[in-house]
Ligand binder design. Sequence first.
Ligand SMILES: [Fe+2]
Length: 378
Amino acid sequence: MAEPRPAVTTLQFNTTVRFGRGARSLLPGELRALGIGRPLVVTDRGVIAAGVLALALGDLRGDVFNATPANPTEDSTALALAQYREADADGIIGIGGGAALDLAKAVAVMAGSPPGHEGTLWEYCNRHAAPRPIQSPPPLILLPTTAGSGSEVGRSAVIIFRNGIKAGIGCPRIVSLAICDPDLTLTLPPGMTAATGMDALSHCVETFCSPTINPPVDAIVLDGLARLSAAITLATANGSDHAARWDMMMGALEGAIGFQKGMGAVHSLSHALGPLGFHHGTLNAVLLPPVMAANQDVLGDKLGRLRTAMRLPIDADIPEAFAALNASLGLPSGLGAMGFDRSMIPAIALAAMDDNAHRTNPQPLGPLDYEAILNHAL
Ligand SMILES: [Fe+2]
């Protein structure tokens, strides 16, 4: 192994997870164990309309906040926090995709402080050298209903703040328990299965390629990549494929365990593009080929390990393989097909430079490099 060996590296594995088909049935007992008697359920209308909230909750009843937007915002956090206090809730259950889970985390970040003393959500953002400390958050249980963000085990909540910036709130110990039941994803439509699955796959790729030294995480995210790259086509084609859904959910979880290594330019760019209203996973799918093309010269033997995980031929072109996967899943061919206006390229390139994921891209990038990637991604 020719890796440099730093004097100190940090390995962090935070969240207890109950994982498996039918795991949702554990929720009532876990609520009792955590002392939650009056939960606020944070979800969205799509999860409710699809019948997934009812499937997840069974006979449980709780006050429901259903107005999670496609990308969680500071304003939606304030609304949910007001409902939490109005209901005199004593815990939070997040049920949904990454948006609902991150919103549930953001509510927990604020809810531990007395009303009027919680500050603004922006003060907790990881863009600050010293974010505001989180005070006594209430117990929080997360149940993902997509296999994508991995927020249930991720170290942060990604929010669009009132200043227009999309960035994270570091809250690695805020989740009391994740309950991962692949059956909650069985009705996820093909387009969302593909788009959220490519988000998870991009987490595995970007965290593996990050220069941060963390061999246990490398093994975990390569396992995730192997599961996701094998299962994403199956789960997209046949949503009732239980084995593929299990692998997708496990791969999403594994990718998010990798966040502690930091990500790269796929996510620095998708965070910069997110406030324009584009879907996060779809952005990552179309950004993966050009970002890997920009990075591959410095990845050394990691390229071979990526090919092995994805069961590609030994001489396969990895950016082309990701582009072919996107096409086979019916995802857009580029940012242009998503409605992105090329006049935004310079501003997005500069915004990506400020994102935390920029710092752990394997190849150091400047604004002109980002502009070249965005042009390639059109
Ligand atoms: Fe992501």
